[in-house]
Design a protein around this ligand. Structure first.
Ligand code: ASP
Ligand code: MG
Length: 449
């Protein structure tokens, strides 16, 4: 019924200023199928909010950070032609933000943290809806917490799909008949109505979840790059944008470090066969990357990603020989602490695996409690200073010569760990921080240039 619907998501740099919002508004106005707009916080705002939430600050430091956020928001509202009503609403939000930032328990209570972290999106959506109305788009700001139900795992909340679908049907879809909905990425609410967030970069995920919930056909992710590249253009200027990618390739890329998309974004797209577009809101005329089910070409090598600062854990027990259930016990502990394992290799008496340790993550990944619990069943070594490099492609484990070309390219590097064969789309290895730039460059030259 809603098959022609499009959900458009605009990232932080796209809604950073009034000027950049104008480009986004034009993109929305130009596509009558765009009925839902999801926005990130204006660039930089979430980082300030994270600083307010996570560090013990002096009142001077708090004032300064709050002041910086105020400046970003006020610079936008002041450019609106009819600012009064929006200004009033913005001031209410800024007051709420200030109160939370100054709350004496803000550093200790994750529910307060999430309430604070949500403020960036709550403000940017208010402002962007107003900018859209200046473009004669009948836009209204919609509180995503009415529909985006999650569990209560604050700062890393997990969406509850069937409830979201039901709530969207009752509360969101009826709205689409008369307006374009502008809503908050990254933010949700638990069953008690407490504000939650989906983890850093979660706005893409929100867009895909809402697209799934309303049966949209497409989901556009508007950002500051003209699509997904063969590799990070900051590593090599030979990187080039891709016109298409499959869901599986995109999921591998996002999981293994391509910064353009939040890793969970592809799940709803896969489930519902939603076409996902990635492009630049500054240069929409340049096109972008389409992520689709069936690509025209399925090349052996599609892209190379690099994920920095991975933690490598090796667990070892002499008892593992013929011991049943050791792996299960190790991974039960890991799962209990909500860590997600990326690469795994095993030998007769030991298992090595990597954990992501993203710089902005709220909690340290290999924390003391996990370590202590693992130590009760085995010897544990934790190593830092590694990056994971991944080649993403197709039929990699079945086509002759595909993996050997990769190994030839990186023959000069010390590969600390290699993972290959579990699926046809990925060959990953672990190298030291110092080597990873060069490893990516050499691979790119050999496989793509
Ligand atoms: N504003 C949040 C962040 O910076 C969510 C997002 O932009 O996707 O992480
Ligand atoms: Mg993002």
């Amino acid at each position: 019924m809603n098959s022609a619907l499009n959900v458009a998501k605009f990232g932080g740099t796209s809604v950073a200023t009034y000027q950049t919002m104008l480009s986004c508004a034009k993109i929305v106005a130009d596509n009558p199928q765009t009925k839902i707009v999801v926005v990130s916080a204006s660039a930089g705002v979430t980082n300030h909010l994270v600083a307010l939430a996570n560090s013990a600050l002096t009142s001077g430091q708090i004032e300064e950070l709050v002041g910086q956020i105020n400046d970003v928001e006020l610079a936008i509202v002041q450019q609106l032609k009819q600012a009064d009503e929006v200004n009033e609403k913005l001031n209410v939000l800024l007051e709420e933000l200030t109160e939370l930032a100054k709350h004496e328990e803000i550093n200790f209570r994750d529910d307060l943290k999430d309430a604070l972290l949500s403020m960036g999106e709550r403000m940017s959506s208010l402002l962007f809806a107003a900018v859209l109305r200046e473009f004669d788009v009948p836009a209204s700001n919609f509180d995503v917490r009415k529909v985006l139900r999650t569990d209560s795992l604050f700062t890393q909340a997990v969406p509850e799909l069937s409830t979201i679908k039901q709530l969207a049907k009752n509360l969101l879809i009826p709205e689409l008949a008369h307006s374009v909905i502008v809503t908050q990425g990254f933010v949700g609410a638990d069953e008690q109505g407490r504000t939650t967030t989906l983890g850093r970069g979660g706005s893409d995920f929100t867009a895909a979840l809402l697209a799934e919930a309303v049966d949209a056909q497409t989901c556009e992710i508007w950002t500051d790059v003209i699509g997904v590249y063969t590799t990070d253009p900051r590593i090599t200027d030979k990187a080039r944008p891709l016109s298409e990618l499959s869901f599986e390739e995109a999921a591998e890329m996002a999981t293994f470090g391509a910064k353009v998309l939040h890793p969970a974004t592809m799940e709803p797209a896969l489930r519902q066969n939603i076409r996902v577009f990635v492009g630049s809101s500054r240069e929409p005329e340049k096109g972008g990357t389409w992520i689709i089910k069936n690509c025209e070409h399925e090349p052996s090598y599609r892209a190379i990603t690099r994920r920095k600062d991975q933690v490598m854990v090796t667990v070892k027990t002499p008892k593992m020989m013929y011991a049943q259930g050791f792996l299960q016990r190790v991974f039960t502990i890991i799962a209990k602490h909500k860590l997600s394992v990326d690469l795994v290799t095993t030998s007769e008496i030991s298992v090595s695996f990597t954990l992501d340790n993203p710089p902005n993550s709220v909690s340290e990944k290999m924390n003391k409690e996990t370590l202590a619990e693992l130590t009760t069943i085995c010897d544990v070594t934790v190593e830092q200073g590694y990056d994971v490099v991944t080649v993403v492609g197709n039929n990699m484990h079945s086509a002759a010569g595909v993996s050997s070309r990769i190994f030839e390219a990186v023959a000069g590097f010390n590969l600390r760990m290699i993972c290959f064969g579990a699926n046809p789309h990925n060959l990953s290895f672990v190298v030291s921080n110092a080597d990873s730039d060069d490893a990516v460059k050499v691979l790119h030259r050999n496989l793509f240039e």
